[in-house]
Design a protein around this ligand. Structure first.
Ligand code: NAD
Length: 386
């Protein structure tokens, strides 16, 4: 006989399915027991593929206790109206979902166009969570922010672990240990958390960005701002808070500033990104050569092309006695917290649009058009059409 917590238990309300992530090194999951419970309270039927949460320390049993139905892939996807993912699943995995089913996940359409094209061809509605607009009401749905914050923390912890010295100053009977000097380049969500974490560990912290608005934020965390003064950077917050490509004049001034500062640093954390483009190069091999042997550079942008010359994802590269590290998927190194926050972002997204009469989420234009890549068998996102 069917147990209510088996997939065969039937469906009321829209079916929301969460699959096991299949990308290499992906440890996160897009549903937590907490969000499963909340989705069910809204009226959804929540299904999850068996084993989907194991890498994030969530058992099938924990999902069942929350009221979700746990089953194999075919049973989980059968008749799904919505599919939740961290990284968007291959189209082949969606076979059996309802025609036009909506998939909310990270699609990376500007780097992986083939996946989006396949979604269009199969008639699914791809909703790219990383394109969530940076407006106040969407803050709680912003997966880039929730994951970057954890990445900034992890970059400091991994650097501290690789560094052959201590972070805080220690006065001991055997002598004094000097505080580590940490320089954070790029002060967005990840950079701010990196500054805060390095401060908590007792380091002397300095930081830089192209956006002048970050100067006050750096100071408020007790760190020292290091800024290009002779060429104007980006005043205010920039477009949606994001940076753009800088002029050659600015880049030259920045390189000069960085060269003189970096030679005195023990740890450098780089986090600079420009949406839709390769990461800007911030540190050259010549600059690395000026650093002290034993120093550590963590390149948080390594998977987007890298801020640091010579960095390789998931490898420790040693150049001029300096260790250069960086992960291809930093939040995956904090799977439990990263999953809990990612799952909450997805819940906040669908619950904000939940329409009782329609029996599920109905997106509005501002957010719907910003994140919808495909619909009705076509590519519909304006940045993919041009
Ligand atoms: P990001 O990941 O795109 O980039 C990281 C940082 O790198 C940014 O601060 C950027 O200015 C900086 N950078 C780019 N090129 C650089 C260069 N050549 N040299 C030095 N630094 C460089 O940025 P992010 O973390 O996503 O956040 C950017 C801003 O958006 C922040 O101010 C954040 O507070 C804001 N934000 C707003 C919302 C919202 O309102 N909903 C949500 C998230 C973030």
């Amino acid at each position: 006989m069917a147990n209510a917590n088996d997939v065969a238990g039937g469906a009321t309300g829209p079916v929301i399915a969460t699959l096991k992530e299949r990308a290499d090194g992906e440890t996160r999951v897009a549903l937590s027991p907490e969000t499963a419970k909340k989705l069910i309270a809204l009226g959804a039927t929540v299904r999850v593929e068996s084993g989907a949460g194991l890498n994030a320390a969530i058992t099938d049993e924990a999902y069942r206790e929350a009221g979700a139905q746990v089953g194999d892939l075919a049973a989980t996807i059968a008749g799904a109206d919505w599919v939740f993912g961290v990284q968007a699943p291959d189209v082949a995995l969606l076979s059996g979902a309802k025609a036009g089913a909506r998939v909310a996940a990270v699609f990376d359409p500007f780097r992986d166009r083939a996946l989006t094209d396949a979604y269009a061809a199969a008639g699914y509605e791809a909703l790219a969570m990383e394109l969530m607009p940076r407006i106040t009401r969407a803050q709680s749905m912003d997966v880039l922010s929730s994951q970057s914050n954890l990445s900034g923390y992890k970059a400091v912890i991994a650097s501290a672990n690789t560094y052959g010295r201590a972070f805080p100053m220690m006065m001991t009977a055997a002598g004094t240990v000097q505080a580590a000097r940490v320089f954070v380049m790029g002060v967005g969500v990840a950079g701010l958390q990196a500054i805060a974490t390095a401060k908590r560990l007792g380091a002397q912290v300095s930081a830089t960005d192209v956006r002048s608005a970050t100067k006050e934020q750096i100071k408020s965390l007790g760190a020292k701002p290091i800024f290009v003064e002779k060429v104007a950077g980006i005043e205010g917050e920039g477009s949606g808070g994001y940076a753009t490509e800088m002029s050659d004049e600015y880049k030259a001034a920045q390189a000069e500033l960085v060269s003189s500062h970096i030679a005195k640093q023990d740890i450098v954390i780089t986090t600079a990104l420009i949406p839709g483009r390769a990461a800007p190069r911030l540190i050259t091999d010549t600059q690395i050569a000026t650093m002290k042997p034993g120093s550590v550079i963590f390149d948080l942008a390594v998977a987007q092309g890298g801020n640091v010359e010579g960095s390789v994802p998931d490898q420790t590269v040693e150049k001029h006695g300096v260790k250069i590290i960086g992960f291809s998927n930093t939040p995956a190194h904090l799977a439990a917290d990263a999953s809990a926050l990612f799952a909450r972002n997805l819940f906040n997204f669908v619950s904000a649009f939940w329409d009782k009469e329609a029996g599920g989420p109905v997106l509005d234009e501002e957010i719907g058009n910003a994140i919808r890549l495909t619909q009705g068998g076509k590519i519909v996102h304006e940045r993919l059409l041009g």
